[in-house]
Design a protein around this ligand. Structure first.
Ligand code: NI
Length: 227
C-alpha cells in the first residue's frame, strides 16, 4: 500500500530547507548505491554524516514523530537518519529495489528496511519529470507530491525516479524498520486505526463502540508486534 501524508513540513520550514540545500556541498549519489543501483542511479546527495544533513534530518524526525498518521502507518521501531538528494539535468534513478538491510552510518546499528519514505521538498511546478514510480500488487503508481508532503511505500516494491528534465527536485528519504514486519498485518492495523479515528471524530471518543474497537485495535497490536 502506498500512503501519502500531507503537510509534514510548513511553508516556512520548506523555505529554510531550500535555502540551506541550495548552498550545500552535493556529492554523487553513487557513493551510497549498491551493486545493482550503480547501473541505474544518476543524482546527487548530501554526505549523510555532514552537519547539515544531520541537522535537517533531526528536524524531519521530530516532524514525523508528531504525525499521528505516520506513526499509525509505519508503527516505527527504528528510523534511519533522513538523507537528502537532488535531481536535475536529466538526473534519474532507474528501476531498483532498496537494500533489505542498512547500517546506520557511524554506528554498528543495522536496520531492516520495511518501509521507504520520501519527503518532497520542491514544489511540483518548479521541475518537469521527477515522478516517483512504485510498482505494487495493484499496479504502478506515479507520485509527485506538493512540497512538504510525504509518501510511504513497502521497501520490497520495485521503484524508480523519472528523469528531471527542467528545474531541480529536492527530497529527503529514509527507511523504517516497523514493529510489525508483515505488510498485510500492518495495513490492516492502519486501516482499522484510521476508521476508529474517523468514528471517534463523528461519534466522540467516549462512544462505547469506539472504545470497544480501540480495545480490539490494541489487542491486535499485541498479537502482531514482533519486538
Ligand atoms: Ni530506492
Amino acid at each position: 500500500m502506498v500512503i501519502t501524508i500531507p503537510n509534514v513540513l510548513s511553508d516556512n520550514e520548506l523555505k529554510q530547507y531550500r535555502q540551506h540545500l541550495n548552498s550545500a556541498d552535493w556529492e554523487s549519489g553513487l557513493s551510497s548505491a549498491g551493486e545493482q543501483s550503480v547501473q541505474v542511479k544518476q543524482n546527487q546527495q548530501l554526505h549523510p554524516e555532514s552537519k547539515l544533513a544531520q541537522q535537517l534530518g533531526d528536524h524531519i524526525l521530530q516532524a514525523i514523530s508528531e504525525s499521528a498518521k505516520f506513526v499509525s502507518a509505519a508503527l516505527p521501531l527504528k528510523i534511519s537518519p533522513p538523507m537528502f538528494n537532488r535531481y536535475q539535468s536529466s538526473g534519474h534513478y532507474g528501476w531498483h529495489v532498496d537494500n533489505a538491510i542498512r547500517i546506520i552510518p557511524g554506528t554498528p546499528i543495522r536496520l531492516r528496511t520495511d518501509l521507504s519514505v520520501t519527503v518532497f521538498l520542491s514544489n511540483p511546478d518548479d521541475y518537469d519529470g521527477g515522478e516517483l514510480c512504485v510498482k505494487d500488487t495493484y499496479g504502478e503508481h506515479q507520485i509527485k507530491l506538493l512540497a512538504g508532503d510525504m509518501v510511504i511505500y513497502p521497501s520490497t516494491s520495485l521503484h524508480q525516479v523519472l528523469p528531471v528534465t527542467k528545474g531541480q527536485r529536492l527530497a529527503s528519504f529514509f527507511w523504517v524498520e516497523s514493529m510489525v514486519r508483515d505488510h498485510e498485518q500492518r495495513e490492516i492495523l492502519f486501516d482499522l486505526d484510521q476508521t476508529i479515528q474517523t468514528l471517534g471524530a463523528d461519534h466522540g471518543l467516549d462512544n462505547p463502540q469506539v472504545i470497544t474497537l480501540s480495545a480490539l485495535y490494541h489487542r491486535l497490536i499485541r498479537l502482531h508486534v514482533n519486538t
